[in-house]
Design a protein around this ligand. Structure first.
Ligand SMILES: *Cc1c(COP(=O)(O)O)cnc(C)c1O
Length: 389
């Protein structure tokens, strides 16, 4: 009589929180086929359009030919191969940090960094809107864990005053569901003044932000002393898979010695590292991708304001439309789908209660004409779901 899963699932459905996986029947791109329907998509994190880039594909093919498919073992045993090593050196150079360490996913990089740095007797302070992997890492660490108000240095400061032991302040760089930027100049100064370390997870900033795609730290010019622990993921703007932590020699050696999610897992396929080496080059050098994205973002915000959409305070390719109610967010997504557009409804617990939204994202692959199609459809559909709100 245990495990009444049917009731649990029924409750989730009744609350309009049930999740379904759209089946993608081809590669990422602006035009996709999902569940047999051709759709114009505004919901992937492939911001620079590198996930299906011919040169990145060729690098992965050549990598598999040379290095085989499987990583074969953990990095500490016999799974750390030349492409992994070269990618770490390239990422260190790219981020301007002494070293970088490669992980198979961002989720694991975050668990690894937080749990290796703080434990019982220490303190971890996180923005309340941080990515789930960072919040989970804080809980898993066993350190005293507290969440400060979003992007609020005063709220952080109060918690820093009561902090014990080694103290780690953790923030998304670009907030994944809101698209706004962490106020790093203020937050880092606050952390430094209290002797705490700042860790920034810039999964969504690397690529779109900074003159060479170096993310929020490049955008604000923050060095190693401001952000001793810098995390990036490779499955978003890099278009491949994996993640990295960049920092000092001692930080990286500490992770190699003590971070269980680093030690006890198989290395990523080396061919993926070969693909990322190529996509890193494209990300850094093809600044037209960032320029085009910024043009799309500017046009979308102006167009959305004209038709009265509730935009959030975001300068990034993440341009969520706040709806509030989960059922209405689902309705809006369904209405857009009837018009051939795919934009996912993001609901609690991914976002706070009452914060359901359409998470519109742009890619360098979107044309201006496609953007106008989105605005036209929103002008029609938005009033339909907000009429009796
Ligand atoms: C996507 C994401 C992650 C997880 O990265 P994966 O490589 O997909 O596991 C971590 N942090 C943030 C802020 C993210 O958006």
């Amino acid at each position: 009589m245990t495990f009444d899963l049917a009731t649990r699932l029924a409750e989730r459905r009744a609350a309009h929180l049930y999740r379904q996986r759209p089946l993608l029947e081809g590669p990422q791109g602006s035009e996709v086929v999902v569940d047999g329907q051709a759709l114009l998509a505004f919901c992937s994190n492939d911001y620079l359009g590198l996930a299906n880039h011919p040169e990145v594909i060729a690098a992965m093919r050549a990598g598999a030919g040379r290095w085989g498919v499987g990583g074969g073992a953990s990095h500490l045993v016999i799974g750390h191969s030349t492409p992994h090593h070269e990618l770490e050196e390239a990422l260190a150079e790219f981020t301007g940090r002494p070293r970088a360490l490669l992980f198979s996913t961002g989720y694991m990089a975050n668990l690894a960094a937080v749990t290796a740095l703080v434990g019982q007797g220490d303190t971890v302070l996180e923005d309340r809107l941080n990515h789930a992997s960072l919040l989970d890492a804080g809980l898993l660490s066993g350190a005293r864990f507290s969440r400060y108000l979003h992007n609020d240095a005063v709220s952080l400061s109060k918690r820093l005053e009561r902090a014990e032991g080694n103290t780690l302040v953790v923030s998304d760089g670009v907030f994944s569901m809101d698209g706004d930027l962490a106020d790093l100049p203020t937050l880092c100064a606050e952390a430094r003044s209290k002797g705490a370390w700042m860790m920034v997870d810039d999964a969504h900033g690397f690529g779109p932000l900074g003159a060479t795609g170096g993310g929020i730290v490049e955008h604000f010019g923050m060095g190693l002393d401001d952000v001793p622990v810098l995390v990036g993921t490779l499955g978003k703007a890099f278009g491949t898979a994996g993640a990295f932590v960049a920092g000092s020699e001692e930080l990286i050696e500490t992770l190699i010695q003590f971070a269980r999610p680093y030690i006890y897992t198989t290395s990523q396929p080396p061919a993926v590292a070969c693909a990322t080496l190529r996509s890193l080059e494209l990300l850094r050098t093809e600044s037209w991708r960032r320029d085009h994205l910024n043009k799309l973002i500017g046009r979308f915000r102006a167009g959305a304001a004209e038709i009265g959409l509730s935009l959030m305070d975001s300068p990034t390719p993440i341009q969520p439309l706040l709806v509030g109610d989960s059922e209405r967010a689902l309705q809006l997504s369904a209405l857009l789908k009837e018009r051939g557009l795919l934009v996912g409804a993001i609901r609690p617990p991914t976002v706070p209660a009452g914060g359901a939204r359409l998470r519109v994202t742009f890619s360098a692959l979107h044309s201006e004409a496609q953007l106008e199609r989105l605005l036209d459809a929103l002008a029609e559909c938005w009033p339909q779901v907000n009429r009796d709100a």
